[in-house]
Design a protein around this ligand. Structure first.
Ligand SMILES: C[S@@+](CC[C@H](N)C(=O)[O-])C[C@H]1O[C@@H](n2cnc3c(N)ncnc32)[C@H](O)[C@@H]1O
Length: 266
């Protein structure tokens, strides 16, 4: 567990300037072509992975769902296509990404509540949501803090679903993967004529994965925060992984010793 605290501290020290600075501007610049660029960079695979990821989520009418770092609402749209009677709240600090997302939701005749806020403190009462989702944003976050918040806002028995590009367990695979990412980011930058803010994050996007967690480590982190019944499924040796964890009613003791509080924050 000490390892996780150390890694979180290293990630924060290395990236806090980017997280608090240019990254927000980069997502503003990316908002109009984020989905298209994502598709090109992943050779169309990301949409397929998202379908796989969301197909494993059990949905019932009237469920309250929180889409954390919702961006352009791609996950929420996928869920609403499966179950149109969900009550979805999206949260993201980027107004620009959410504006694109809201337009997509409106065009499809769906409805979500959009909240513009940083996700390290979730502006919702305890025990609010049946399901919380987080896709493709964890690399930009202080994870112990955000996962602790997610656990707090989940109802007892509620589930957290996580999907992201992670760090593969094999060093060789990691090197090949990061080399591919670098090349694909360069290519999408040219195709979509990325602006300076996006270009200046190119090295960060690679480094953030180098310092990130393998699927096994992420499961450990989820358990450390207090999730139970944690499962993970890796694709391509951990390049992408799906995680699920539950908020157990019996977890109140664990929650009182929340690990988020032991990490010193500036
Ligand atoms: C790569 S996009 C992913 C969007 C969406 N989940 C998806 O899968 O398409 C990452 C999103 O995280 C948001 N984000 C990054 N750091 C954040 C923070 N501290 N608080 C809230 N949103 C944040 C960005 O604004 C961006 O919209």
């Amino acid at each position: 567990m000490q390892e996780i605290i150390e890694r979180e501290n290293i990630r924060e020290q290395k990236f806090k300037e980017t997280w608090n600075g240019v990254l927000g501007d980069a997502f503003t610049d990316l908002s109009s072509y984020y989905d298209a660029a994502n598709n090109v960079a992943s050779l169309g695979m990301w949409n397929k992975w998202r379908k796989d990821f969301t197909s494993g989520i059990a949905l019932r009418p009237g469920m309250r769902v929180l889409d954390v770092c919702a961006g352009t609402n791609a996950v929420s749209i996928q869920l609403l296509k499966k179950q149109p009677e969900l009550r979805i709240t999206t949260i993201d600090r980027s107004q620009a990404m959410q504006e694109v997302g809201e337009e997509r939701i409106r065009r499809l005749g769906f409805d979500v509540e959009s909240v513009i806020s940083d996700v390290h403190k979730l502006p919702f009462p305890d025990n609010t949501f049946d399901i919380v989702i987080l896709e493709a944003a964890s690399r930009h976050l202080r994870l112990v803090e955000v996962f602790s918040e997610i656990l707090r806002v989940l109802k007892p028995g509620g589930s957290f679903y996580h999907c992201d590009m992670l760090k593969p367990s094999s060093k060789l695979l990691e090197q090949a993967y990061l080399a591919y990412l670098k090349a694909s980011m360069f290519a999408t930058g040219r195709i979509f004529r990325s602006k300076g803010n996006v270009r200046s994050c190119a090295d960060y996007f690679i480094e953030a994965i180098r310092e990130f967690y393998t699927p096994e480590e992420l499961s450990l982190l989820m358990r450390y925060v207090g999730f139970v019944d944690v499962t993970d499924r890796s694709i391509f040796g951990g390049i992408v992984a799906f995680h699920e964890g539950t908020h157990a009613a019996v977890n109140s003791e664990l929650e009182q010793t929340q690990p988020g509080s032991v990490i010193a924050r500036p």
